[in-house]
Design a protein around this ligand. Structure first.
Ligand code: AHG
Ligand code: MN
Ligand code: MN
Length: 361
């Protein structure tokens, strides 16, 4: 948390007396983006608007996620709610909300969403006019909704490469090294938006009392090493040999390297990644016998988090090379991923190399 911020100062309270909200201590996301827009390479105003549109959609989705427990009272998914509107599953709802937010301005010409098979074109009089394309996972970890466990949204912003007309596949098939901005929102015990435009990573906590994301984690850095490994160990028998050996290494006793490590696996990549960003750790979703190219998607799960990890001093690999250097071949491509603290990812890569595991993507 920022040294000038305390929960009490955010609420504007002092020794039980309500005082004015401490505007000097609080920097909102909107203020921060505007201050930083001089750093953007191109279309400064448009990227500012785009990030701001994303934050508005995030607040709306956050409101719905927080109401999820009331669904039995307000109506089941696929039924009709009290206003006569169809109640939607939250991942469908989040998808629609982000599409609506990203369509509202003229900054984006096309979208790729985990929930839609094809590219979504955003046309203005038959022209895709926006300069940016966005790939996103509207609700990550959505199977956790029913059990009150954190979920998230992940987004990746690229500049379009086609010159005019409808956006093309190639606008999305850019390696992560071409990312202009990326971020995630975590809907958790408090909700946060974390993003980078390639000049460090900053985190903002939603203050529900004023409905603003406020800078709480400036210039985030992931510890060089940590004590947490995150992997679905239930699939151990299906993992490649190098990953099995790395897991055994994590469980061995060794004082010098602080082992054995702790295993933490939420099942929401955003939440697992975010915890590891703060505390240090590694998250792995490897190839498995039943997912030979891994499970997670390159464009809207792995690349954006890899960009953030690297900007925070961490590392993201497919086992043998940087995630950001993987050339995408299709919009819903899957890749194996090892992401988090630099030293831990390097050690895991060494195990993979030693057991000659060649990533299949
Ligand atoms: P999504 O909810 O967007 O489909 O993503 C779920 C992903 C990711 O968040 C998580 O880390 C992983 O799936 C969990 O998969 P397993 O249940 O196979 O471990
Ligand atoms: Mn996901
Ligand atoms: Mn999802």
């Amino acid at each position: 948390m920022h040294p000038n911020l305390s929960a009490a100062s955010l609420r504007g309270e002092k020794a039980g007396i309500i005082v004015l909200y401490n505007m000097e201590a609080v920097k909102t996301l909107t203020e921060f983006i505007i201050e930083r827009q001089a750093d953007f390479k191109y279309a400064k105003g448009e990227l500012t608007r785009l990030l701001s549109d994303i934050s508005i959609a995030a607040k709306i989705v956050n409101r719905e996620v927080n109401k999820a427990g009331l669904v039995d009272i307000l109506g089941e998914a696929d039924s009709v709610n009290i206003q006569g509107e169809a109640v939607q599953k939250l991942d469908v709802y989040a998808n629609k909300q982000f599409i609506a937010a990203l369509t509202a301005g003229n900054e984006v010409c096309a979208l790729v969403s985990e929930e839609d098979e094809d590219i979504i074109h955003i046309s203005n009089n038959g022209n895709d006019v926006g300069k940016y394309v966005v790939a996103f996972d509207p609700l990550d970890g959505s199977s956790n909704i029913d059990s009150n466990v954190s979920t998230g949204t992940i987004f990746a912003i690229y500049r379009r490469v086609s010159l005019s007309g409808p956006a093309e596949l190639d606008d999305f098939l850019q390696p992560g090294t071409e990312l202009v901005a990326a971020g995630y929102i975590i809907y958790g015990s408090s909700s946060m938006l974390v993003y980078t435009t390639g000049r460090g990573v900053n985190g903002f906590t939603l203050d529900p009392s004023i409905g603003e994301f406020c800078l709480s984690h400036p210039d985030m850095k992931i510890p060089k090493s940590g004590k947490i490994y995150s992997i679905n160990q239930g699939y151990f028998v299906h993992f490649p040999k190098g990953i099995k050996q790395y897991i055994k290494y994590c469980q061995e006793e060794d004082e010098a390297t602080n082992r054995p490590y702790s295993l933490r696996y939420i099942g929401s990549m955003v939440a697992d990644f975010h915890r590891n960003m703060i505390k240090g750790g590694i998250f792995i979703y490897p190839t498995t016998a039943f997912s030979p190219t891994g499970k997670l998607r390159l464009l809207y799960e792995c690349n954006p988090l890899a960009f953030i990890a690297e900007e925070a001093g961490g590392k993201a690999s497919n086992g043998s090379k940087r995630i950001l250097e993987v050339q995408p071949e299709c919009i819903h491509q899957r890749v194996p991923i090892l992401i988090g603290s630099e030293d831990m990812v390097t050690t895991a890569e060494e195990f993979i190399a030693q057991y000659s595991e060649v990533p299949t993507s």
